[in-house]
Design a protein around this ligand. Structure first.
Ligand code: ADP
Ligand code: MG
Length: 261
């Protein structure tokens, strides 16, 4: 488990492959409404630094809304969210969005800009880097996702999988403490899914804290430190992949797994 790993290897002896210093997340009693419609109901969630949490559950159960709360795209009505022990509601939404990166199903790249420019624009605007420095960082991040040789391509001339890797590189370029992924492989052709999942698994191994909404149960089983099952705005069960997939407790989770596995 993640806890055992931490104990076995103190931070100062962390292997050089642990490139990221992921932050921790604590969600406490989070309620969220769209108008009169309650979408999150007393959600509690703990994510340890440098671990991968997969959120699963039926459509409409509140998974995307929970992710959106974590980087303050929307705000809860009551409860709290702590990032590294401090409430995100004490910070400006822009600051939270920089610390907590998010990648979406539909990549949200600027279509008329090259891959490189998609990164340098954000680096100059959000991180205030000079043109030269932004280019240096952008090229390093594109290299990290295996796309340096495509840096001058526009999104339309990249595959869906490559576009998604550019979107991930752009989020990483902000040097976030946490990365959120919302069904990032759902719009991809089947043969492109694996490359994106492999990249995400790699980020997890390198110490990024990640919360991943996914329908890819094999990925959740293999990569997640924790799997969280949501239904109707509530966390119904949370545990190790073994506990959730092999020993589900609630009738709702059993029914869900019978449908998706
Ligand atoms: P999931 O990601 O698990 O499919 P969502 O978080 O997208 O679930 O949605 C949870 C509930 O909130 C659903 O009932 C959905 O219809 C509703 N919802 C989502 N987004 C909005 C919105 N922008 N305005 C109003 N209701 C919304
Ligand atoms: Mg969703």
């Amino acid at each position: 488990s993640a806890v055992a790993r931490e104990a076995a290897r103190p931070a100062e002896q962390a292997s050089p492959s642990k490139q990221y210093k992921g932050g921790s997340i604590k969600v406490r009693g989070l309620d969220m409404f769209y108008g009169d419609h309650q979408v999150l109901r007393g959600v509690d969630l703990s994510v340890a630094p440098g671990t991968v949490t997969c959120l699963i559950g039926p459509s409409g159960s509140g998974k995307s809304t929970l992710l959106r709360c974590l980087n303050r795209l929307v705000d809860g009505r009551s409860g709290d969210i702590l990032l590294d022990g401090r409430s995100i509601y004490q910070e400006k939404p822009d600051t939270v969005r920089r610390r907590v990166g998010m990648v979406f199903q539909h990549f949200n790249l600027f279509p008329d800009r090259t891959a490189l420019d998609n990164l340098t624009l954000a680096l100059r605007k959000v991180r205030g880097l000079s043109t030269a420095e932004a280019k240096r960082v952008a090229e390093a991040r594109l290299a990290e996702v295996g796309l340096l040789e495509r840096k001058d391509f526009r999104p339309a001339n990249l595959s869906g999988g490559q576009q998604q890797r550019v979107a991930i590189a752009r989020a990483l370029a902000m040097e976030p403490e946490v990365m959120l992924f919302d069904e990032v492989t759902s719009a991809l052709d089947p043969e492109l899914v694996k490359g994106v999942l492999n990249l995400m698994a790699d980020l997890g191994r390198r110490g990024m804290t990640m919360v991943v909404v996914t329908h890819e149960m094999a990925f959740a089983r293999k990569v997640a430190d924790q799997v969280v099952f949501m239904d109707e705005g509530r966390v119904i069960e949370a545990g190790s992949p073994g506990a959730i997939f092999d020993d589900p407790q609630s009738a709702r989770l059993k029914r869900f797994l019978a449908e998706v596995l």
